[in-house]
Ligand binder design. Structure first.
Ligand code: SF4
Length: 386
């Protein structure tokens, strides 16, 4: 990879951001005050230029994506009434509640029969009838049919839920699920770690320190994971900074996170959206880009920053490739969680659509595996280059 050129700080017009930029250029770690400056700065283009510079030092012009498929086996969740930002969950007898049989899971997974899918992304609700057996059998069946497909499944909240209903430790659950076929953990359920925010939007959900402990345990066992922050609801700048600081500290300790994925809150069909009077009014493009760029600059020990096009649209995700992002959420196939919350994006993107988005941003598309190893790089044509 070519070393990136020196950064021209005259591209940053905000004086406070420029001081942060000097630290970035000197390769110094940013502190909480710097993060707050970045979140408050109106100089989005200056921030994006800095983030893009740092990203280019790591990844050049390569933008990766994965051929993945989302499966949400159950939307039954006993926290349905207390996670007020959630549009996906249902109580067991509520209209629209479902729990897939194994046959239905396999039916949904059958798209992987095309030989292209490389990852199942499996998350769902906290269903009292979906315990260790339910997921162990599922993972074994999926691995038996699609041994080449990586299983990234169950948020820290779901792992803790299984541990609770099975009366097992987090470690025992992770080991059992790994034996059944679990490869890595997704990063959901983190929301915002601050106690005040959690009390307001997810009162009964797994506490921040317990979320961290699940990931710490996974990393100790050699199970890599991902992490997120749900932004754009009631959190303050200070809450965001604290959240990122906790993620960065765990990454310093374990090095087990693969990627950071900021998630935009969607206000439709959930209680919080009504309370805030925000229905139909999701996050702004400005804030979406800023969250990605700050993630790249503050999380200096993270290799990968991912944009989730389902939440912010493929077009904004494309723009974010010039704001420090090196990975675009993949093909997906069928997404439920954010579409229930008002996302109007497609259910999935075809390979050609992804290649076009990345190429039109002046970048080089590359398909990766779930550990971010590049499998094939696409040159100007559709033909893959080694
Ligand atoms: S966010 Fe997760 S834990 Fe909370 S209600 Fe929705 S599915 Fe359940």
């Amino acid at each position: 990879m070519e070393p990136s050129a020196a950064f021209d700080l005259s591209r940053v017009s905000d004086a406070a951001l420029c001081r942060v930029g000097e630290k970035v250029v000197d390769g110094k770690r940013l502190d909480d005050d710097d993060a707050a400056v970045m979140f408050r700065s109106p100089d989005l283009l200056g921030l994006g230029a800095l983030a893009s510079h740092v990203n280019a030092r790591r990844h050049g012009d390569i933008v990766t994506f994965a051929a993945n498929q989302h499966i949400n086996p159950t939307n039954v969740c006993y926290l349905r009434k207390t996670c007020v930002f959630c549009s996906f969950a249902r109580l067991p007898k509520e209209e629209g509640a479902y729990r897939y049989t194994m046959e239905q899971v396999l039916d949904e997974a059958s798209a992987a029969g095309n030989g292209l899918t490389r990852e199942f992304h499996i998350v769902g609700g906290l269903d009292m009838h979906a315990g260790l057996d339910y997921y162990s059998v599922m993972f074994r069946e999926l691995k038996a049919r699609y041994p080449q497909v990586h299983i990234k499944a169950l948020t820290a909240v779901e792992i803790a839920h299984i541990a609770r209903i099975e009366k097992m430790s987090i470690e025992e659950v992770l080991i059992a699920l790994r034996e059944a076929g679990l490869d890595t953990l997704p990063g959901g359920g983190a929301e915002v770690f601050g106690r005040g925010v959690r009390m307001e939007i997810a009162d009964k959900k797994l506490a921040a320190e317990d979320w961290i402990e699940v990931h710490r345990t996974a990393h100790r066992l050699g199970i890599r994971s991902n992490c997120t922050m749900l932004y754009g609801h009631v959190e303050t700048i200070e809450d965001r900074v604290e959240h990122l600081g906790i993620l960065r500290a765990l990454q310093d300790e374990t090095g087990g996170f693969l990627a950071y994925i900021p998630l935009a809150y969607h206000p439709d069909n959930n209680q919080l959206g009504i309370e805030l009077g925000r229905e139909g009014s999701a996050t702004t493009g400005f804030d979406d880009l800023r969250n990605l760029a700050v993630g790249r600059l503050f999380l200096d020990n993270f290799e990968h920053i991912k944009t989730h096009w389902i939440m912010v649209t493929p077009f904004l995700s494309q723009v974010s490739l010039s704001f420090g992002v090196n990975d675009l959420e993949g093909t997906v196939v069928r997404e439920k969680i954010y579409h229930e919350a008002g996302a109007t994006t497609a259910q999935g993107l075809a390979l050609d659509d992804i290649l076009k988005l990345i190429r039109d941003a002046g970048k080089i598309p590359a398909e990766r595996d779930s550990f971010y190893n590049i499998l094939r790089t696409f040159d100007g044509s559709h033909a893959a280059a080694a």
